[in-house]
Design a protein around this ligand. Sequence first.
Ligand SMILES: Nc1ncnc2c1ncn2[C@@H]1O[C@H](COP(=O)(O)OP(=O)(O)O)[C@@H](O)[C@H]1O
Ligand SMILES: [Mg+2]
Length: 298
Amino acid sequence: MIDFTNLPVRKKTYAGANGSKISVLYNDELYMLKFPAVPTINKEMSYANGCISEYLGCHVFESIGIPVQTTLLGTYTINGKQKIVVACKDFTMDGLVLQDFASLKNTIIDSAHNGYGTELSDIVKTLEEQSAIDPQLLIEWFWDMFIVDAFIGNWDRHNGNWGFLYAPKTDKITLAPIHDSASCLYPQADEEMMQKILADPAEREIRIYDRPLSGIKKNGQKIQYFKFISSLENDDCNKALKRILPKINMNEINKIIDETPFISDLQKNFYKTMLCERKEKILDFSYQKLQKREQSLF
Ligand SMILES: Nc1ncnc2c1ncn2[C@@H]1O[C@H](COP(=O)(O)OP(=O)(O)O)[C@@H](O)[C@H]1O
Ligand SMILES: [Mg+2]
């Protein structure tokens, strides 16, 4: 167990609306410590499970082979109270600057909406028209992220929660590792709610087919992951589904969950069950539908 309480604190600060953050040196490397946010939906909880969600979400991305920030779970004691925190290794070393997708979207001069607007058609237009990164690479990155976010139930992949690393000296830009997965895996569910959801298939269906919604909108409405992916309406999304699904290894993911510190057996069971069912009902279902459609074309 890592105790982050008495580490040297640095003056680097971080934005973001979901809870306090400080920077510390751990093993001579800079980390952003994220503290648990106050729950906004479930007022019964003393704090939301966002730190666990951040850790698990990032480890799922890693297990699929997508570059992601390094995350560690540990404790931090304030005023005699011990909190579970997640440490995210700062990837802006060597003078690299994190530029979010919203700022890239701002470079598209005739875009109808501002950088933080998450209408899918505007996002796609930016992916195609921007000149910082090979458009094909960027389109694939975006849709791979979309499929994994659907799997882990992330409702907050807005344009400030992914981006690029810019090197001012060389003017080079690369994709930043995945970060901010704190809004995946039902961070506002407490143990009582987890138990209720595990006991009742109808409760699970709502949380697989209907909720959470994506942070991205189509015609002004937040996208329903199941409806959108299973409609097979977007070819880049279909291609990402074909790329990502074979890389999801549930044994490996269950092992990650089993080895996660601080969480109860009930919580482990909850995460394993929801991921298993989200994979089957959203991704496997859509993949099979896609295969049938492709076979029928021959
Ligand atoms: N690993 C990281 N290294 C450097 N900067 C980061 C890292 N992760 C996030 N950030 C920056 O810190 C901000 C806040 O972090 P984030 O995880 O998005 O918090 P929140 O959950 O409050 O939105 C991000 O918008 C990004 O600019
Ligand atoms: Mg954020």
